[in-house]
Design a protein around this ligand. Sequence first.
Ligand code: CP3
Length: 333
Amino acid sequence: MTLIDKVLINNDTSIKPIWIMRQAGRYLPEFREIRTKNPDFIKLCLNEVLSAEITLQPLKRFDLDAAIIFSDILMLPYGLNQKVEFRKGIGPILGNLELDNIIELEESDFVEKVRPVYNLISLIKNNELTKNKSTIGFIGAPWTLLVYMINQRSPKSGLKHNFFEDENFIDKVLKLIEKFLKVHIKNQVESGAQIIQIFDSWAGLLEQKNLSKYIYTPTINLVEYIKSLKVPVICFPKSIKRYKEFCDIVNPSAICIDYEVNPKEILKDIKIPVQGGMDPKILLTSQENVKKEAKKYLDIFKDHPYIFNLGHGILPDTDPKMMDYLVKLVKDY
Ligand code: CP3
């Protein structure tokens, strides 16, 4: 059993395993080297040899307890034949969403299109570096994928004015996203993913009255599906504010928290295992601050099943030495 499984399945509080969101990424010079030579991000994700190498890069440097596969939540719209591009300084840009084409799409055609992602998982699972460690697969939550697929770009500066206009259309897209997410999950698990994390990066955009329809109901369906495959599921409904309500209703195996929520409130309100929380910006300051903040989370969750992580992805400007310092600190705790 891996250390992370001990926390997720046995509720073990005596160990505090660590992995970091975006641990394979731009703060590592060896990633940037590969990235510069591979300007097409989707193609890079579909190159299983290179994406396996990128996945393993942080494990070669740091004593992390999991490998998270190098892929992207937007491989789903890509697999549904919606155009997905990444532009420097802007982020993802998606093409038009052709509902009829998605309705007619065969599951096997989707699987063939994203097959390298599953090959990558087998490569990772069978690599010596992940022995006794967890291999984490992931998906975007239906709501966050809906946002990208309809908005066609990051909603950083808000959703399109007519986003909610055609409710019938949204309902159909949401159903299709759910259908193909199940296919994507099943294939990841069959290839060796031992945990699935659900990233709902834009959960914070919704008003309370819409949470049930766009977040709780579709996420419950996926959580129950993942549990039926005998795999733990970690949910990250970023900035949702109502983490307790989310856990009571959706009941994942663990909840990943962002850096804005008060960890003491979480400890008081939430009974399931917790992951994450520390502000990634702390890693841009001093070792002293990192020690203080990391210890804060470790102390608060001392007697609670807890997986150390950040409250969002590690920032590109982070010094790898700071990451090294953090991992050692958590391991020595
Ligand atoms: O965590 C990991 O190490 C695994 C890899 C991973 C990536 N994306 C690689 C990536 C994971 C888990 C993701 C998830 C993802 N992708 C999310 C959810 C998590 C979050 O950050 O909120 C979202 C919203 C996306 C969509 C996405 N992909 C955006 C908005 C961007 C551009 C902005 C950015 O952060 O660069 C990406 C590109 C992306 N995905 C990069 C990486 C390493 C950067 C690509 C580059 O080198 O330019």
